[in-house]
Design a protein around this ligand. Sequence first.
Ligand SMILES: C[S@@+](CC[C@H](N)C(=O)[O-])C[C@H]1O[C@@H](n2cnc3c(N)ncnc32)[C@H](O)[C@@H]1O
Length: 286
Amino acid sequence: MQGRDGIADEGTDQLEGWRSVAAGWERRRDLFARATAELSERMIELLDPNPGDRVLEVAAGPGETGFKALARIRPGGELISTDGAPEMVEAARRRASELGLTGVRFRVEDAAALSLPDNDVDCVLCRFGIMLVPDMEAAASEIARVLRPGGAAVLAVWAGTSVNPWMTAPGKAATELGHMGQPDHDAPGPFRLSDPERLRAVVASGGLAIETIEDVPVRWVAGSLDEWWETTRDTSRMLTQLTDRLTPGDIAELRMRAELNLAEFVQGDGSVEAPGVARIVLARGV
Ligand SMILES: C[S@@+](CC[C@H](N)C(=O)[O-])C[C@H]1O[C@@H](n2cnc3c(N)ncnc32)[C@H](O)[C@@H]1O
């Protein structure tokens, strides 16, 4: 299905879009991991898994967040690293093998229709995933269903657009240049759960009991604006789909405008350091 701007947004096309950027996510994994290091640590701290626990990661992408839980669940525990895009699951599998990790099972799983039985896991992690699932409430209730009573679910989403300039610069430029309409904040996308009340409502709708919600800083660093642009092109579904239908001249103009939106974060040596803010929810199975 094509959205208003010719950009795929829902259902199967939504996952197809992620399949197409899986290689880019794998290439840019380290930059992403550095930017989100504090966030990942905090997510694992809140999850607080115990030796022997079974941890499910939903929409794991290249798998890094879940891998951080492994040291805490040994001996005997198991990580089930899942994503809806088979290419992402393969990227995570390759990463685990590079790192020599054991105790991880990899599976392709749609967050809105998990194949796990009820009360099957002690903990669930989901970083920057739930807001991308067309039926977010179904994903929340699937997480609640597979989580044992008292088990922890830790989910991360992006806080508002204004505090995440690294991510919003290209979309803002595309809107300014008339290539896209105003973003639809109800469509699957990174900022769909930026409103804390909406976030609470979606998480609670599945039957999870929310304990805490907190904001955590993210710090993006790229060696140059070139690296920022290439990283964004590699990992953003929106930008990939948009640039696929623009002329080279339009793309050059879009890039220039997007870079202007980031100008205040360019350092004296040409590198880019931009702040960002993520939001973490800790909830319990009931
Ligand atoms: C923004 S990436 C985040 C990846 C990883 N969690 C991280 O924080 O680095 C979003 C991930 O959600 C996955 N995803 C999107 N829709 C999904 C769905 N319906 N079910 C499962 N995974 C989905 C994508 O394939 C992609 O790997």
